[in-house]
Unconditional design. Sequence first.
Length: 353
Amino acid sequence: MNLKIAVLPGDGIGPEISKQGVDVMSAVCKKFGHTVSYKYAICGADAIDKVGDPFPQETYEICRDADAVLFSAVGDPKFDNDPTAKVRPEQGLLAMRKQLGLFANIRPVETFKCLVHKSPLRAELVEGADFICIRELTGGMYFGEKYQDDDKAYDTNAYTRPEIERILKVAFEYAMKRRRHLTVVDKANVLASSRLWRKIAQEMAPKYPEVETDFMYVDNAAMRMIQDPKFFDVMVTENTFGDILTDEGSVISGSMGLLPSASTGESTPVFEPIHGSWPQAKGLNIANPLAQILSVAMLFEYFDLKEEGKLIREAVNASLDANVRTPEIQVEGGAKYGTKEVGQWIVDYISKA
Ligand code: IPM
Ligand code: MN
């Protein structure tokens, strides 16, 4: 296969983990005889500093014309502490989602046996938990009509039938490929938008008779996720609920530095770690590259290159088993490995496999 990849390293630790992702991608392509080419583009605070726009037109075009985007992270504290800032790095992320039509955000919550003790939950609750959250990404309050003056403000949680149908379709199809259990998360006891979601899901469910579909209010789902994460297989929800629940899900595994995600939709798909730009760690060679590397595995799997994805997952597991780990998941007294060393170890594993 011939792969054209847009690489968006972004801010903070982004460039460091991006490099590890690209190196792993190249090693896998070499191993399996694929050709790959990379085009780099700016985004986030880096792009604001350079051209005043967190998602410039040129970056959009590079993404649009690629087969996939390998994205790292955006965000810089200098914007967080300035409430008057007119442009923010995060707007670049929202612009990318909207312009590429990335309506489906796939966030897997996987647990790694050797990290279970790092989870805030008891080991017996988390061990073996394995579910994915499908978050609608281009609708709802994030993009609905907004208003703000000094005395009043609102955000509108608007959804249309086609927007709901297309995301539910993705969710049902994922459920078919997995353990055939779909949980539709909403707040249908209070919100009109949720009632439409539930109505449409009920209409669609008979088309997927093998899938056991259940409905759960979001407050209950938040509780269930920490009481019994193994209950879930595929969960689907609207943008804002998904934002909140996926942060909750990400810590269940023991380290946020391990979870990748995919955003797919109308144009080029984007693969990125769940974590942010961790500006305090920039340049220190301590950031965990595994979430970025696993996002490369998701990229291959998206193109149905299963063996390629599998080899990356195997290499990541082997690195964890060999205690080749970045500081936040280091075993006490073990050797010290940085971002580059972990990445290199995985590249070597892949090359020798
Ligand atoms: C995420 C992030 C973004 C979101 C922010 C940075 C705009 O929290 O990807 O979950 O809220 O969607
Ligand atoms: Mn979030």
